[in-house]
Design a protein around this ligand. Structure first.
Ligand code: NAD
Length: 479
C-alpha cells in the first residue's frame, strides 16, 4: 500500500468525483507537484450528510458504550500500526519535520485512546430538585457534525475533533484544508481497517469557500467544529447563525512569553525558541511576543539568539531536522512582508530574515528587537518563524501590553517566584498558559482561546461535552 488515497471517502469507500477541479499538491521541500487529490462537490456533500445521518440513526448512536469504546481503540491501534506511513505523507504534504510528524501521529492515536476510555466515565447527574421526585441529566449526541481543519497540524487536529465527536455518539463529516488532505484521507484507510461502520466518518477534501457555506445551509449538520483563521471563524459563526448550528472555533493567536529576571535563563532561552519556531512558526500557539525584565534583557537576548543559531533547518525527511520549509510559497511571501515592514521601520533584525536554501520554501528563524508596540510584527499574527523581543521594567504596564491584543490563545511565564507565577498566569487573558515551559497541548486538558482566539474547547472531557446536548428528565415522586 504505497500510493496515497486521493479520492473522496464516502460511506466507507474511496470514490471518484470526476467533475471537480483536483488539487495539485506541491512538496514544500523541493517545490515539485507530486500528487493530485480530488475535490468533493456539493452533490458529494449531500450524499455524505445522507449517509452519515443514516449511520447515526441506524447504528452509531445506539451502539453500546462498550462497543463504541472498542471501535475507537481499534482506530487507535490502526493509527499506531500506520504511524510511519501517515507521518511520511504529512511531511511530504506540508514540509513538517518527520520527527514532529511521527509525534503528532502518535498524539492522534493517544486522542482516540483517551476518548475510548472516557466513554465509560461520561454521564449525567442526579439533581435534588425542590419539588422532589427523580431529576437527572443525560448527554445526547448532536447527530451529524462537521469538522473543518487547518493545514498546520492536519492529523492531530482532525483526531481531536473526530475522536470526541464519535465517542459521544455523533457521525462526522471531516473537511481537511484544501492543501493538506493526505493524512485525513489516510484516516479513511484507518477507518476501513478498524471496521468502523460506513458513514460514521466521511472525509471530503476540497475547497472551504465552496463546502463551508454549504455546511451551514445543511440543516442536518448540527454543529461545525472549526480550527483555522479568525477571519474564516467569524464567517462560519455568521453563517451558522441561520440555522443556529452549534459552533466551536479554534482560531488565531499572538501569544506572550514573559521572562522575569529571577528565571532560569538558560532553560528559558534554550526552550523558548521552539515555542515560536516549531512547525516553522505556523502554530496558533506561537509565543511570538517576548517580554523580558530589563536587568536580564541583554543576557536573555544573547542566549536566545545563540539557541536560534543552533536550530537545524533543512530536509523534513531527515530525522534530526527541527525546522522544515514553510507550507507554501504564498505563506513564505506573506511572512516576508512582515520582516520587510520591520526592516523598513529600522527595527533590528538580529538573526535570520533570509532564505537559507535555494530550493524549497525555507525561511530562517528570525529575531527582531527594538520594536514599537504599534508595529505590524508586534500586533498581528505572522504565522512564520519570527519573534519580537522587548524589555520591561514595570509589571503592571507590561501586563497591560500583554493583554493589549484581540487574541488570547496561549502564553508562558518564566520565574522562580511561585506567587508571581500564579499572579501572572491568572492575569494573562488566554486559554492555555504554561509556567517555566512552553507546553500547550495535553490530551486530557481543555485547549482553546479567549477573545478572538475562539469559542469552545478541544481536548479533555470538555470537548466531548461540546458534541452533546444536555437533556434534563424529571419524574415526580409517585407516592
Ligand atoms: P483558514 O481559515 O484559511 O482555513 C482553515 C479551514 O477552513 C480549511 O479547511 C479551509 O479550507 C476552510 N475554509 C476556508 N474558507 C472557508 C469558508 N468560507 N467556510 C468554511 N471553511 C472554510 O486557516 P489556515 O490557513 O488553514 O490555518 C491557519 C490559521 O489557523 C491561523 O490563523 C492559525 O492561528 C489558526 N489555527 C488555530 C489553531 C487553534 O487551535 N486555535 C490551530 C491551528 C491553526
Amino acid at each position: 500500500m504505497n500510493a496515497y488515497p486521493n479520492q473522496v471517502f464516502l460511506n466507507g469507500q474511496f470514490v471518484s468525483v470526476p467533475d471537480t477541479q483536483p488539487t495539485s499538491l506541491i512538496n514544500p521541500a523541493d517545490e515539485q507537484a507530486w500528487i493530485e487529490v480530488q475535490s468533493a462537490s456539493l452533490a458529494t456533500l449531500s450524499s455524505a450528510v445522507e449517509g452519515a445521518e443514516k449511520s447515526f440513526h441506524q447504528i452509531w448512536k445506539s451502539l453500546t458504550p462498550g462497543k463504541r469504546a472498542a471501535a475507537l481503540y481499534r482506530v487507535a491501534a490502526e493509527i499506531r500500526k500506520n504511524q510511519r506511513r501517515i507521518a511520511e505523507a504529512e511531511s511530504k504534504n506540508i514540509g513538517k519535520p518527520i520527527s514532529d510528524a511521527m509525534d503528532e501521529v502518535g498524539l492522534g492515536a493517544r486522542v482516540f485512546e483517551y476518548y475510548a476510555g472516557a466513554i465509560s466515565q461520561f454521564g449525567g447527574q442526579t439533581l435534588p430538585v425542590a419539588s422532589g421526585g427523580l431529576d437527572y441529566t443525560v448527554r445526547e449526541p448532536l447527530g451529524v457534525v462537521a469538522a473543518i481543519t487547518p493545514w498546520n497540524f492536519p492529523f492531530p487536529i482532525a483526531c481531536w475533533k473526530v475522536a470526541p465527536a464519535l465517542a459521544a455518539g455523533n457521525c462526522v463529516i471531516l473537511k481537511p484544508a484544501t492543501i493538506s488532505p493526505l493524512s485525513a484521507l489516510l484516516l479513511g484507510e484507518i477507518i476501513q481497517q478498524a471496521e468502523i461502520p460506513e458513514g460514521v466518518l466521511q472525509i471530503l477534501p476540497g475547497s472551504g469557500g465552496l463546502l463551508g457555506p454549504a455546511f451551514s445551509k445543511e440543516s442536518r449538520i448540527r454543529k461545525i467544529s472549526f480550527t483555522g483563521s479568525t477571519e474564516v471563524g467569524k464567517e462560519i459563526m455568521r453563517m451558522a447563525s441561520d440555522q443556529l448550528q452549534r459552533v466551536s472555533l479554534e482560531l488565531g493567536g499572538k501569544s506572550p512569553n514573559i521572562v522575569f529576571a529571577d528565571a532560569d535563563l538558560d532553560k528559558a532561552a534554550g526552550q523558548s525558541p521552539m515555542s515560536v519556531y516549531a512547525n516553522t512558526g505556523q502554530d496558533c500557539c506561537a509565543r511570538s511576543r517576548i517580554f523580558v525584565e530589563a536587568p536580564v534583557y541583554d543576557e536573555f537576548v544573547a542566549k536566545f539568539i545563540e539557541s536560534t543559531r543552533q536550530i537545524k533547518v533543512g530536509d523534513p525527511m531527515k530525522p534530526d531536522t527541527q525546522i522544515g520549509p514553510m507550507v507554501s510559497s504564498d505563506q513564505r511571501d506573506s511572512v516576508e512582508t512582515f520582516i520587510q515592514s520591520a526592516r523598513d521601520a529600522g527595527r533590528n533584525i538580529r538573526i535570520g530574515g533570509d532564505r537559507p536554501l535555494n530550493k524549497g520554501f525555507y525561511l530562517s528563524p528570525t529575531v527582531i528587537t527594538d520594536i514599537e508596540f504599534g508595529d505590524r510584527c508586534w500586533k498581528e499574527e505572522i504565522f512564520g518563524p519570527v519573534v519580537c523581543v522587548t524589555p520591561f521594567t514595570n509589571e503592571v504596564e507590561m501586563m497591560k501590553e500583554v493583554n493589549n491584543t484581540p487574541y488570547g490563545l496561549s502564553g508562558s511565564v518564566w520565574t522562580r517566584d511561585l506567587h508571581r507565577a500564579l499572579r501572572i498566569s491568572r492575569g494573562i487573558e488566554s486559554g492555555v498558559i504554561s509556567v517555566n515551559s512552553h507546553s500547550s497541548v495535553h490530551v486530557e486538558a481543555p485547549f482553546g482561546g479567549f477573545k478572538a482566539s475562539g469559542i469552545g474547547r478541544d481536548l479533555g472531557i470538555n470537548a466531548m461535552e461540546g458534541y452533546t446536548e444536555l437533556k434534563n428528565i424529571y419524574i415526580p415522586d409517585l407516592q
